[in-house]
Design a protein around this ligand. Structure first.
Ligand code: ARG
Ligand code: MN
Ligand code: MN
Length: 300
């Protein structure tokens, strides 16, 4: 892993309906992310927060079946540019959310620097909807589809090209709430999924070993997109769309530690931390602890 980290906050809450997730980056900063990673010997460049536009009426603005499309698109364009600047400065981009719609901008900025970017999607959800399949119109349920090139041009064309990632370079871990259109897409495109069922049966050790094996040969970089709702709501209560029966505290640390050992992660984002729904900043603190493991705390 690189020794320089470029941290950027994305106070985005327009990709869904629960207010408060825009305060995720502050909560994660308050939980001590910079001090924690500095202690591990990294040089931290804090790029501050991306400016997210405010819609005229903050409730339910639908455009083409997509809630707050213009503002989500513009926020993600700004994020993509900043992420590119971080990579050009030879630093590892560490992105703090914000709702999961920000993965659209993260991946748009990151993917152009790799010819075969891999993605690990650690999440209770697939986030593989388009406006045609979405039950909600919420763009935070769509970023993985958008990054495959599916959906509205205003989202898919951010960065100037459509397909940021290939379906065979994706691994979803922790899924337990997939909509029918998402299941169809997973089948159609052959996307690799370790749902909770597989995690239960195989154990996290084997899941991560297989993930590493699966991505290692064919990718030249791997982005970790970690939605805190991948963890069980008992561990991560501060999320907008909790789903029972999630990944445990130790399973998640083990996953981060094994990814650190493999040395294959080249960028990461931690999203969906909503301090208003949280209990004494527990979820933001958990995010920072997981970052500690991802960046090598066990070894230092
Ligand atoms: N990033 C998230 N928390 N996504 C939740 C998505 C929930 C649901 N599948 C939807 O599309 O509306
Ligand atoms: Mn989720
Ligand atoms: Mn998600």
């Amino acid at each position: 892993m690189k020794t320089k980290l470029g941290i950027i906050g994305v106070p985005m809450d327009l990709g869904q309906l629960r207010r408060g997730v825009n305060m995720g980056p502050s909560a994660i900063r308050y939980a001590g992310v910079i001090e924690r990673l500095e202690k591990l010997g990294y040089i931290i460049d804090d790029y501050g927060d991306v400016d997210i536009p405010t819609p005229d009426r903050k409730s339910n603005q639908m455009q083409d079946g997509l809630r707050n499309l213009n503002e989500v698109a513009e926020g993600n364009r700004r994020l993509a540019e900043k992420v590119e600047r971080i990579i050009e400065g030879d630093a590892f981009p560490l992105i703090l959310g914000g709702d999961h719609s920000i993965a659209i901008g993260s991946l748009a900025g990151i993917a152009r620097h790799y010819s075969n970017l891999g993605v690990i999607w650690y999440d209770a959800h697939g986030d593989l909807n388009t406006s045609d399949t979405s039950p909600s119109g919420n763009i935070h349920g769509m970023p993985l589809a958008v990054s495959l090139g599916l959906g509205h041009d205003d989202l898919t064309m951010i960065g100037g090209y459509r397909e940021k990632i290939k379906p065979e370079n994706i691994v979803i871990i922790g899924a337990r709430s997939l909509d029918s259109g998402e299941k169809e897409l997973i089948r159609e495109r052959g996307i690799k999924v370790f749902s909770m069922h597989e995690v239960d049966r195989m154990g996290m050790t084997a899941v991560i070993q297989e993930t590493i094996q699966y991505l290692k040969e064919k990718t030249d970089g791997v982005h970790l997109s970690l939605d805190l709702d991948g963890l069980d709501p008992n561990e991560a209560p501060g999320v907008g769309t909790p789903v029972v029966g999630g990944l445990s505290y130790r399973e998640s640390h083990l996953a981060m530690e094994m990814l650190q050992e493999a040395g294959m992660i080249t960028s990461a984002e931690f999203v969906e931390v909503n301090p208003i729904l949280d209990e004494k900043n527990k979820t933001a603190t958990l995010a920072v602890e997981l970052m500690g493991s991802l960046f090598g705390e066990k070894l230092k």
